[in-house]
Design a protein around this ligand. Sequence first.
Ligand code: FE2
Ligand code: FE2
Length: 338
Amino acid sequence: MDQLANTPEDDGHSAETLGELSKIIRDRNAVDAYAHDKEWRGPFCFVQGADPQFGMIDQWDRKKTNPDEIQWEEDMQLMRKAVQDINRVSPIPGFFVVCGDLVHEFDVNPLKMAQERDLLRILSDIDPIVPIVLIPGNHDILNTPTSGSVKHFEEVFGPEYYSFDARGLRCICINSQYLKDFPEESTDLFRELREKFLAWFDGEIDKAAADLKSGAIEHAVVFQHIAWFMNSPDEPTDYFNVDFEIRQKYLKKLIDAGIKACFCGHLHRNGGGIAGPNGELDVVITSAIGLTLELNSDGQLVRGKNPSGLRLVKVDKSKIEHAFYPLGEMPDKVDLRH
Ligand SMILES: [Fe+2]
Ligand SMILES: [Fe+2]
């Protein structure tokens, strides 16, 4: 953790180091929070967000490349609004999950670590009773993860993939970069990491299937950065979806296992759809907490006019319902009855 402890403190931000903030947030992880609260005890809600991506407005939209000029105050303002929304919801959300692209800078360097520190500091303003679940996105762990990128993510935010049960809901948290293939970047190590991940994921799907069947859990969902598909299960491979072949294989596995929903980000606008012969699986893409995107008339990605926001998910014994709310519009009171 030396690298984290040595984060410079004289850059005008808080005196708290990345290492200290990382510990505060990692202590609020859902695995520990639900260690003795794994079984169903009635309906509850949680909040999902994606892509706060501190730095994107300057680095992507304004195309700034000089680290001395890159700021992320606007991105932080959006995240602060998100935190206000989460803290206002009643009943208190069961957890808050961020489905990747926590910050924009790819490389592990002082710029990335300053962005991460600011994100963690704003997250620390969430009511401490709400566990925080952070999923890796391509900006956090690279398009093709390396031992260095995985090590940095795990030191700052926690494990790159794991699962936990919260009040009868099995939550499988994955690193979706292992579902993509960037052949030009692929290395033996990446293939090894991917094999290890896929073996774990297969085991988790089988375990969820068995536990759903036995009634040990009520529902199972997946949290991931890149969605299986943007609009339709049969669409071709794209930067914004999981590669076609691996997608078909896993959609079938997830549907057969009885997994109800996959909550995703990466697209910076809402999307997704239903998969399965009877619409068994809901693939849900939540727009960004930070900068949103849209396609212009030439089909190019540009800054979106669609609002940044959060998704509120209601978990009932018989179903899982969700709705997207622009920042500032999350309801104060959630009716958990259907
Ligand atoms: Fe993103
Ligand atoms: Fe992304």
